[in-house]
Design a protein around this ligand. Structure first.
Ligand code: SF4
Length: 255
């Protein structure tokens, strides 16, 4: 349970707000905290456009409904059994207000995970930064673009990996590097990215800090890739991460 249960501070302006796609209580399905009950705050808006994005209404068709930070914190506190909060997206670090929300959650004693694509660095109180660099296989070529236009392909490709920002993030935060793997063809690029970040960062990146996760938002898609990705992790000393929420609830919203 959070140590401090203060909800609002009268000195804080009401205008502080974030675009929120959904807020729900569920089980963290991925990464080193897989299985931990958590409140998920999903912001809308992203600076990338992965063709397989599992939160379409935060990237390809972002919702713009703003919620005040007071309302967000109040709803988080309504899940009285939860002491972990996952700030996800979209890309939550495109919003400066995410820092303010994280500061408020720190004051309230929550453990926070931020799920990011690793292209933006902000200083914020974050307990675990789950960095998911996007591989070439994520690029929305005209054949894969869900809108069919292919107009995001160049922008996505130019932005998706920035080794200096990734190095700054691993130097600043407790982290995990989580890669969404489509097939074994992704492995050489994963190794190149990890090598470049290792060269640029002061922090040691152990192989066990590198997580491989099967691409897929349905049980059928995960079933197709699970064993191949687990074998890749086994063969290379990396960590395999499941997607427990897909195993449990398939692709239901709010999970
Ligand atoms: S970085 Fe994440 S939120 Fe943004 S498009 Fe890719 S999968 Fe979706």
């Amino acid at each position: 349970m959070p140590v401090n249960d203060t909800i609002t501070d009268p000195d804080r302006p009401d205008s502080e707000a974030l675009p929120i796609n959904e807020l729900f209580h569920s089980i963290q399905g991925e990464g080193r905290l897989a299985g931990v009950a958590s409140v998920f705050v999903r912001t809308s808006g992203c600076n990338l456009r992965c063709w397989f994005c599992d939160s379409y209404h935060t990237s390809w068709e972002p919702v713009h409904a703003q919620r005040s930070l007071d309302a967000i914190v109040s709803e988080i506190q309504s899940y009285s059994a939860a002491d972990h909060v996952v700030l996800t997206g979209g890309e939550p670090l495109v919003h400066a207000e995410s820092v303010t929300l994280l500061e408020r959650l720190e004051e309230l004693g929550y453990h926070t995970t931020v799920e990011t694509n690793g292209t933006i660095h902000r200083e914020a109180p974050i307990d675990l930064l789950s960095i998911s660099p996007k591989l070439a296989s994520s690029t929305p070529t005209p054949q894969k673009d869900p809108t069919g236009s292919g107009e995001w392909a160049d922008r996505h490709e130019k932005r998706r990996v920035d080794p200096d920002t990734l190095a700054a993030l691993v130097d600043t935060y407790e982290f995990q590097l989580k890669f969404v793997v489509t097939d074994a063809g992704d492995l050489p690029e994963i190794e190149r990215i990890v090598d470049r970040v290792r060269s640029a960062a002061r922090t040691t990146i152990a192989d066990s800090d590198v997580l491989l996760m099967p691409e897929g938002t349905t049980r059928e898609a995960i079933d197709e890739r699970r064993n191949e990705v687990a074998q890749l992790a086994l063969d290379n000393g990396y960590r395999y991460t499941p997607r427990l929420h897909v195993d449990l609830w398939n692709d239901a919203p709010g999970t």
